[in-house]
Design a protein around this ligand. Structure first.
Ligand code: HEC
Ligand code: HEC
Ligand code: HEC
Ligand code: HEC
Ligand code: HEC
Length: 201
């Protein structure tokens, strides 16, 4: 109960500061287990793909199966009450039901793999996940957010094998030509990217 309260107030602090009713930016959902990206990504150094394994080759990034958690938690924190739902999920062979913070309406088509393949980093759309003790929506995900980049993707392009890097520092200043080169190499055409049927099919 104490943990629930502490996490509740963390969620309030991290979420409320940025939240907006219209955009759902800063939106936090109650979760069955208080999972912290800050601990597992920044603290332990796990790559996003360790848990979101399908992000590079499918439309969905997906959530990790319980056995991914149990790789460590069958030995670590084995008595912790906040991990009881993980142990139950394993014992009953039922997936943990995570609540989504970043879902789009059904009439919008989205695909992770093409964005990762072209070199759009996770941080562009999900913010500094490595600093989130509780996951929240960092970007609005309204049509204008998508179009803003689709009109001019060049400054957002990065080497595709490095898309899970969270802190890019002054990378762009050091590689001023990269965006234009990648646009040409992949034959990216902004006119097509802003056409209605790209996202509404
Ligand atoms: C140890 C496993 C693990 C790692 C590593 C991990 N995640 Fe997650 N991620 C989860 C779990 C579990 C959830 C569901 C609970 C939650 O929302 O916090 C989740 C949820 C998310 C969500 C919220 C999606 C939604 O719609 O609710 C995003 C975005 C996300 N992760 C991005 C990332 C990024 C980016 C990285 C790398 C910087 C990363 N994750 C690394 C396990 C992980
Ligand atoms: C690579 C090993 C590893 C994996 C995989 C892993 N954890 Fe952890 N987890 C840890 C360690 C180590 C800690 C202690 C971190 C700390 O206190 O800084 C921890 C702590 C926790 C805690 C306690 C709160 C906190 O963050 O300190 C929860 C809850 C938790 N993990 C849930 C999960 C869930 C759910 C998954 C699967 C999606 C998962 N873990 C996957 C190693 C792991
Ligand atoms: C171009 C923007 C964009 C990029 C880049 C991006 N995401 Fe997402 N992500 C989204 C959107 C939009 C959704 C909601 C999708 C939906 O509802 O169909 C989402 C949903 C998710 C989810 C929830 C489960 C799912 O599959 O829907 C996870 C986890 C996630 N993203 C992780 C990642 C990780 C990890 C990366 C980097 C390797 C990443 N995302 C890169 C926009 C992005
Ligand atoms: C930071 C830049 C960026 C953001 C933000 C972004 N995209 Fe994209 N998107 C791209 C790039 C780059 C491509 C690849 C274009 C190409 O290769 O022709 C792409 C391609 C696509 C495609 C084409 C996929 C296909 O299979 O043809 C769809 C659909 C799409 N994006 C939807 C979205 C939606 C919906 C959002 C908002 C939730 C979004 N994008 C946000 C950069 C972005
Ligand atoms: C890059 C992706 C993308 C493109 C291109 C795009 N849309 Fe959208 N559209 C979205 C997203 C994402 C939403 C969901 C907004 C939300 O949930 O608030 C949306 C929502 C809508 C809605 C619902 C009402 C609203 O404004 O929220 C309409 C109508 C719409 N789009 C029409 C269009 C038309 C017409 C075009 C072409 C001129 C277009 N869209 C091009 C991504 C796109």
């Amino acid at each position: 109960m104490v943990i629930v309260l502490i996490l509740g107030s963390l969620a309030f602090l991290s979420g409320h500061a940025e939240s907006s009713f219209a955009t759902k930016r800063g939106w936090v959902q109650e979760q069955p287990v208080p999972f912290s990206h800050e601990h597992h990504v920044a603290g332990l150094g796990l790559d996003c793909r360790y848990c979101h394994a399908s992000v590079e080759n499918s439309a969905h990034a997906g959530f990790p199966p319980t056995h991914t958690c149990m790789t460590c938690h069958s030995q670590l924190y084995t008595d912790a009450s906040e991990l009881a739902p993980v142990r139950q999920s394993m014992a009953k062979n039922l997936p943990i039901r995570w609540n989504r913070v970043s879902a789009l309406p059904d009439y919008v088509y989205f695909n992770h793999s093409i964005h990762i393949d072209r070199g759009i980093a996770c941080v562009e759309c999900h913010g500094r996940v490595d600093r989130m003790p509780i996951t929240f929506r960092a970007k609005p995900f309204q049509m204008e957010f998508c179009l803003g980049c689709h009109r001019d993707p060049a400054p957002h392009l990065r080497p595709p094998n490095m898309t899970t890097v969270m802190d890019w520092g002054d990378w762009q200043e050091k590689h001023p030509e990269y965006g234009a080169e990648a646009m040409a190499a992949h034959n990216i055409e902004p006119e097509k990217l802003v056409s209605c049927t790209t996202c509404h099919r």
